[in-house]
Design a protein around this ligand. Structure first.
Ligand code: ADP
Ligand code: MG
Length: 210
């Protein structure tokens, strides 16, 4: 099936939650090295709230689903990552619209809007050692693959590969945003926790669309 169906997008969130639960300790270790050690806990709490809200509201359209997910994450995660991921999903849903399936171009546009929302909200620049260093290359790779005529599924694989590469490259960077920026040069040698949860986000999308 060339179009991404509502059920696959719902599965995207479930899969991300499962990966975050699985990697909770690792995410917390990464955040302990350059932040305050709560990223794993924050993300697991946010996604528990998101699935609870999606289960309770039983949305049937993409905009309503991602509004529920985004609002739940914003209101349950106190850390910097909460408003940023919340904005990502709110923008994704609003751009996707009141539909039950998305073609590749629709998905590329919605993912791009999500990433632009993060850029507006957190003001990260590429190379600041944040989630944006995984997110921006991922949405770029997705859009490029769709422009080449690939399916959403293979485009999501390219996005996942790009997100993981972006995440790994954060190790060499000096943090310039968020708590890790307090460490300056001492943040070098550590992978960014938010870039890691973002790599899992795009990995989950690839799995859900496979
Ligand atoms: P907090 O830093 O408030 O404890 P988390 O630990 O949950 O929140 O999330 C930290 C992650 O948030 C960082 O690893 C980084 O990827 C991301 N982050 C922090 N500030 C920004 C920002 N201004 N723009 C983009 N991402 C940011
Ligand atoms: Mg933290």
């Amino acid at each position: 099936m060339a179009n991404a169906q509502y059920a696959q997008l719902r599965d995207w969130i479930d899969r991300w939650e499962a990966h975050l639960i699985e990697q909770r300790t690792y995410l917390t270790e990464l955040d302990s090295a350059i932040g305050d050690g709560d990223h794993g806990t924050n993300m697991v709490r946010g996604l528990a709230a998101a699935s609870a809200r999606a289960d309770a509201e039983v949305p049937e359209h993409v905009d309503d689903l991602f509004k529920a997910v985004g609002m739940a994450i914003v209101s349950s995660v106190g850390g910097a990552s909460g408003p940023l991921y919340g904005t990502f999903f709110l923008r994704f849903g609003a751009t996707a619209g009141h539909v039950r399936e998305l073609d590749g171009a629709d998905l590329a546009e919605a993912l791009g809007a999500g990433a632009s929302g993060v850029a507006q909200r957190g003001k990260p620049e590429l190379g600041d050692k944040t989630m944006f260093d995984a997110m921006s290359p991922a949405v770029g790779a997705f859009a490029a693959a769709i422009a080449r005529g690939e399916t959403p599924s293979t485009a999501a694989n390219s996005a996942s590969v790009a997100a993981h590469a972006g995440r790994e490259a954060t190790a060499e960077l000096v943090a310039r945003k968020g708590r890790a920026s307090y460490l300056g040069e001492r943040s070098v040698g550590h992978i960014d926790p938010g870039a890691t949860s973002t790599a899992l986000l795009f990995q989950s999308l690839a799995e859900a669309l496979a």
